[in-house]
Design a protein around this ligand. Structure first.
Ligand SMILES: NC(=O)C1=CN([C@@H]2O[C@H](COP(=O)(O)OP(=O)(O)OC[C@H]3O[C@@H](n4cnc5c(N)ncnc54)[C@H](O)[C@@H]3O)[C@@H](O)[C@H]2O)C=CC1
Ligand SMILES: NCC(=O)COP(=O)(O)O
Length: 320
């Protein structure tokens, strides 16, 4: 039986999604079959192969980018999201989840969405794919990991204003995040005994309580309890000194307290090859690490490397 393909939801069509999907097909061809869920006429140039079902993707990928046609109404202007497209963008994600849950695709990869465009155009209530996919899957807690050859990072609090991060950081959230991360490092990344480094929230990890209390009241007790269960965890560490090369050699994943504490290091080190993966879902979901890049959409200059890495990781984790 041929390997099942990867489903790629189109994301914001006014962004770089359609052009990097085509470039990814040019790089991967039939070696790693995937199909775009989107509008065939949003893909700039060609070749495009419209398919009627995911099972046709592997054959079609020999000739062009397989596209499972998804209805969009209204014109497309690269760089300027059309509010009339918002429902279809969300629908393409829903459809991707359905084909994966039906076993017709091995994994879901998502091209970037423009979160504000979806909120403005369709009242999208979720701050990102991560939360939306958890909702669709009926899972209470999922974890966002960004992974590359050089670094894996996990933010404990995700898409919330920075001012709200300290209040959202609870022992329960930290404990669950660490458990999901630990399990995924074993199952999905083949690391028998994962080493996890955990950042503090405050400068100098709180400097013994002089620069903040969260390390003492929240983080250290959770780490102590998980260490007592046998997990190999370092921290709370000063976030400013845990991402240089020698420090990175000492752990398999870094867990950070808020979005930018985690994402700045990996996007600085490996923007072109970082992959966003959602841990804790009942199916595999990956994504490139970047966003819609409206500023360069339609110019043909977008780099498809992160999407290619995301498709490769989806295939590996999806067992194709
Ligand atoms: N998984 C997802 O759906 C994600 C969506 N976003 C969304 O994307 C939108 C734009 O976010 P920004 O913060 O501006 O980040 P961005 O990643 O879209 O762009 C930041 C800069 O990087 C450049 N860039 C990004 N990807 C590139 C590529 N493949 N090749 C060459 N240059 C590239 C852009 O041109 C821009 O100068 C926001 O609505 C954000 O929420 C952001 C990250 C992930
Ligand atoms: N900065 C990462 C990001 O925004 C990805 O969000 P998601 O759409 O994958 O939840």
């Amino acid at each position: 039986m041929p390997a099942r393909p990867i489903a790629l939801s189109c994301g914001e069509p006014a962004g770089i999604g359609p052009e990097i999907a085509l470039k990814a097909w040019e790089a991967l061809g039939a070696d790693l079959p995937f199909f775009l869920i989107g509008a065939p006429d949003h893909v700039p140039g060609g070749p495009v192969e419209v398919i009627g079902a995911p099972s046709e993707a592997a054959g079609a990928a020999r000739r062009g980018l397989p596209v499972l046609a998804h209805d969009f109404t209204g014109p497309l202007t690269p760089g300027a999201p059309n509010p009339r497209h918002a429902d279809s963008v969300i629908g393409a994600i829903r459809r991707g989840v359905k084909v994966v849950q039906a076993g017709e695709a091995a994994a879901l990869c998502t091209a970037p969405i423009h979160k504000k465009a979806l909120q403005d155009g369709a009242g999208f209530a979720h701050p990102g794919h991560t939360e939306f996919l958890a909702h669709l899957a009926g899972v209470e807690r999922v974890v966002m990991m960004l992974a590359s050859d050089q670094l894996r990072v996990v933010p404990v609090t995700i898409h919330i204003p920075l001012a709200e991060a300290p209040g959202a950081l609870t022992p329960d959230l930290l404990r669950v995040t660490l458990r999901i991360t630990h399990a995924a490092l074993i199952r999905d990344f083949g690391i028998t005994r994962p080493r996890i480094a955990v950042a503090g929230l405050n400068p100098h990890a709180g400097e013994g309580g002089k620069m903040g209390e969260e390390e003492i009241t929240i983080i250290a007790p959770v780490l102590d309890a998980l260490r007592a269960e046998g997990m190999e965890i370092a921290g709370p560490l000063s976030a400013d000194t845990m991402f240089h090369a020698a420090a990175r050699a000492g752990y398999d994943a870094a867990v950070a307290m808020y979005h930018d504490q985690a994402l700045i290091p990996i996007k600085t080190l490996d923007f072109d090859r970082g992959v966003n993966v959602t841990l804790g879902l009942p199916f595999v979901r990956t994504s490139p690490d970047h966003g819609t890049a409206l500023d360069i959409a339609g110019q043909g200059v977008a780099n498809p490397s992160s999407l290619i890495e995301a498709l490769k990781l989806a295939a590996r984790m999806g067992g194709t």
